[in-house]
Design a protein around this ligand. Structure first.
Ligand SMILES: Nc1nc2c(ncn2[C@@H]2O[C@H](COP(=O)(O)OP(=O)(O)O)[C@@H](O)[C@H]2O)c(=O)[nH]1
Ligand SMILES: [Mg+2]
Length: 373
């Protein structure tokens, strides 16, 4: 596993999310630097912090330094020349996660497109600097090379867009492949650091450390689980990410396309979030799921981290989310295991009710056919 020093904001939400992203991308964090502000012109951070970072980096020798903000190419270059390490900014990190998760041809193309779009923004800045004559030999390339590079990216994006048009037609095949496996499938969805991986491990009975060993999120994202003698396949998905840049949304959605074919979706909600965060994240999850064409009755709402709150506070939040009438709702603690057994029972019941619904639907269609004939 690769090691990283993480530079992030001095806020619990940001730290947790950044840790979750590093985890999902396969980095072990060896040190965290927290700052109120990460958009200083030259290095993103101040000179004093840079000095401290240089010292720590000398000592810990991480593979990369992860900067939880967008860096301009010039800032990235400045940091790299002082620290002699690979610098990965927030968008670069997110793209690495998408790349590792993209499974279908279509989603690989979507991710490639987002990566080129990221490159493009950087090429634009290089062109701008070269035109200004400020840094003619910036990062070792002159204006002419920059123009060639920029045009090459544009051309490659065009090629991918036309491939994507064709890839849409492959989708149906993908879906049929899933059906053939014959298993019911369950997918975990929810924001980064809501506790998807912890719950995944609890449900499948895995006791691996989440942040130490990345097998949980990277290599084995799908596992078999038997609930009351019925086998299911359960998948841990890439999490929703706050502040996702607009140009990455298609790539993000394509990594979630599993959800369209899945039988049951466990939407993991961090009930310990503030009411503001909770509402915002919940509505964004619901919007995306509906855009993906997910049927609402496939969703199980799992309010996680209930060990951190009192029952009346949980009830209040359930009301706020308008879920008090919902029967597919359960509050659990993935950490302590509270209600995980009950969650499994709920999944089993929902799966059975889907079976009988399908059965009834088929038989009534059967009747219609006979009547029609
Ligand atoms: N207190 C508490 N913490 C939890 C619970 N579930 C997960 N966590 C913590 O929340 C953080 C994010 O969990 P993780 O499973 O990696 O989230 P993911 O990004 O959704 O996969 C970790 O530090 C977990 O230990 C829970 O039920 N209670
Ligand atoms: Mg996870």
């Amino acid at each position: 596993m690769k090691s990283a020093i993480l530079i992030t904001y001095d806020q619990e939400d940001s730290i947790n999310e950044a840790k979750g992203l590093c985890d999902a991308a396969g980095y072990e964090i060896v040190h965290i630097i927290q700052q109120d502000f990460l958009q200083k012109p030259k290095y993103g951070i101040s000179g004093g912090v840079l000095e401290r970072l240089e010292e720590i980096s000398e000592k810990l020798r991480p593979d990369v330094i992860i900067f939880d903000e967008i860096l301009k190419p010039s800032q990235n270059y400045n940091l790299a020349s002082v620290l002699h390490r690979e610098i990965l900014d927030r968008e670069g990190l997110i793209l690495e996660i998408f790349e590792s998760r993209a499974s279908s041809a279509e989603s690989k193309l979507q991710v490639k497109l987002a990566q080129l779009r990221y490159e493009m923004a950087r090429a634009k800045e290089k062109v701008r600097l070269a035109n200004m004559g400020e840094q003619p030999g910036f990062m070792g390339i002159g204006k002419f090379e920059v123009d060639v590079y920029y045009n090459d990216i544009k051309h490659r994006m065009q090629t991918i867009r036309s491939k994507l048009e064709k890839a849409g037609k492959q989708r149906e095949l993908h879906r049929q492949g899933r059906k053939r496996m014959g298993f019911k499938t369950i997918s975990l969805a929810g924001y980064t650091s809501a506790g998807k991986t912890t719950l995944f491990n609890k449900v499948t009975g895995e006791s691996r450390a989440q942040s130490k060993e990345l097998f949980t999120t990277l290599t084995t994202t799908t596992r078999r689980v038997t609930i009351d003698q019925e086998p299911f396949l359960i998948a841990d998905t890439v999490g929703f990410i706050s502040k996702l840049p607009a140009y990455m949304i298609d790539a993000f959605k394509s990594t979630l396309e599993e959800l369209t074919y899945t039988d049951i979706i466990i939407l993991v909600i961090d009930i310990s979030d503030s009411v503001f965060e909770l509402k915002k994240k919940f509505s964004s999850c619901m919007r995306t799921l509906s855009e993906l064409g997910v049927e609402k009755d496939k969703i199980v709402y799992v309010l996680n981290k209930d060990d951190l709150l009192k029952q009346d506070e949980i009830n209040r939040k359930i009301d706020i989310l308008n879920l008090s009438e919902n029967k597919k709702l359960i509050s659990v603690s993935a950490k302590t295991g509270r209600n995980v057994k009950e969650l499994k029972e709920l999944i089993k019941n929902i799966s059975e009710s889907h079976n009988s619904y399908k059965f009834n639907k088929n038989s009534s269609e059967g009747v219609k056919d006979t009547l029609g004939n």
